[in-house]
Design a protein around this ligand. Structure first.
Ligand code: SAM
Length: 255
């Protein structure tokens, strides 16, 4: 049975494609490719039929996929991967056992690597929250980003649509003070830019740059991830390691 592979493609750079993803992609004659992956994955897409998934309504897309499946296997390049904020779930559900999902490198993983920071750190951060103001809802009882922000939380904000000064004000009310914030724009893509600062100075550091496509009405969400929280600036010394060695790992070794 021919399959449709929903391949986690990473945030943009084809180097983040997994070996499994690359192997399966090679087998597919038709590939659904969101922009800008047709450019960054050009070396993997030669000789294939390339289609943009967002150019079709759902039923058209299902018909198209089923037609192509008669001739061979089909791939979707999934930005990041399916884990968070991926629009492909309805397709996967409709295709049933014909659909296979291939894990990939999410934007959060690439941001953590870029910053060389784990996003949780005992004693500094005890939870990480992934959220987007676009999906929190706008009813009176819907939570805001400010409600999610609090000391000990690392926040990863996808698809931000709140003007930066307003976002910072919400974050400050939640954290109760200035904490580190990072604006990671176009990770792994041409034009990559990462601005690091604190709630005190990030608005000034960003200046007039529109990292969230807010100046262009109805534009797609910008390829910008916001990370906030104490762990972004924290450092740990070897005492952390030795404590675990003494109290936890040693006993596992002996068991
Ligand atoms: C529809 S979501 C897709 C997330 C994707 N499924 C993932 O796992 O990373 C799009 C949002 O992901 C983030 N994003 C995706 N690609 C990015 C990149 N190259 N650099 C920074 N943020 C990115 C941005 O917040 C963007 O608005």
């Amino acid at each position: 049975m021919n399959k449709v592979y929903f391949i986690g493609a990473g945030p943009g750079d084809a180097d983040f494609l997994t070996l499994k993803g690359a192997r399966l992609l090679e087998r597919c004659a038709t590939v659904f490719v969101p922009t800008p992956f047709e450019q960054t994955f050009v070396e993997h897409l030669g000789g294939k039929e390339l289609l943009i998934p967002f150019n079709y309504y759902f039923d058209e897309l299902i018909t198209l996929i089923r037609q192509r499946l008669e001739a061979g296997e089909v791939a979707f390049l999934v930005p990041g991967d399916l884990t968070f904020y991926s629009p492909f779930q309805a397709l996967i559900d409709a295709l049933g056992e014909v659909a296979e999902v291939i894990a990939g490198v999410g934007t959060a993983n690439v941001a953590s690597a870029w910053l060389k920071k784990t996003l949780d750190l005992p004693g500094v951060c005890n939870r990480a929250i992934i959220a987007s103001p676009r999906t929190l809802g706008d009813g009176e009882s819907s939570p805001t980003i400010g409600d999610l922000a609090s000391p000990g939380v690392t926040l990863l904000i996808y698809m931000n649509n709140i003007p930066l000064a307003e976002l910072v004000a919400q974050l400050r009310s939640g954290y109760g003070c200035s904490v580190p914030i990072v604006i990671a724009h176009r990770l792994g893509l041409p034009g990559e830019e990462v601005v690091r600062g604190s709630l005190d100075d990030i608005v000034e550091k960003v200046g007039g740059r529109d990292f969230f496509n807010l100046a262009v009405p109805k534009s797609r969400p910008a390829l910008t991830l916001v990370l906030v929280g104490e762990t972004l600036d924290a450092t740990v010394d070897g005492g952390w390691w030795d404590y675990r060695r003494e109290h936890i790992w040693k006993y596992r070794e002996e068991a």
